[in-house]
Design a protein around this ligand. Structure first.
Ligand SMILES: [Fe+2]
Length: 165
């Protein structure tokens, strides 16, 4: 089939993407919790996986959660730590969250803003202090959140479509 092609991609291949990761338009950031936002990059409905930027400003907390599948992160700006670990993810750090890992992300008081790229597979299972499930996010709930937000801020619900494969 590749031999018969005129273009640069197989007809069955998903469409490539090149976008400004940290855009000037604030509306692209989807609110997730107090002082926590995400910016979708790739919303992969075939593999149940997504890539996004997470932005947390002072005092923001990403609630305690479990990953049943691997997560990879790269810190672009600022620094942060998990309450459950001693190490601090600094600007430029690579972070691997293995399946089974439970953690709570916090930003130190002296850091006004952190931005980290995350590649997340499967889902986030939110837990209380006794490890009882309190919520769940997957690529589909992320898409739903984006649709609601982009509609509300005037970009249009279908603004998210460019990130979906
Ligand atoms: Fe996590």
């Amino acid at each position: 089939m590749y031999n018969a092609m005129n273009g640069s991609a197989h007809p069955l291949a998903a469409k490539e993407m090149q976008i400004e990761a940290v855009p000037g338009d604030e509306r692209v950031w989807v609110p997730q919790a107090d002082n926590v936002w995400f910016r979708p990059l790739l919303l992969n409905t075939v593999q149940g996986q997504w890539c996004n930027l997470l932005r947390v400003r002072r005092a923001g907390i990403l609630s305690r959660h479990l990953h049943p599948a691997p997560v990879h992160g790269y810190v672009i700006k600022g620094r942060w730590k998990y309450l459950e670990h001693d190490w601090v993810a600094e600007t430029g750090s690579y972070v691997f969250e293995p399946p089974g890992e439970i953690h709570t992300l916090t930003v130190p008081d002296d850091v006004p803003e952190m931005i980290t790229f995350f590649n997340i597979s499967g889902c986030m299972i939110y837990l209380d202090a006794d490890n009882r499930q309190t919520g769940l996010e997957d690529v589909f709930t992320k898409i739903d959140m984006c649709r609601r937000h982009y509609d509300a801020v005037g970009l249009g619900a279908d603004y998210v479509d460019q990130f979906i494969r």
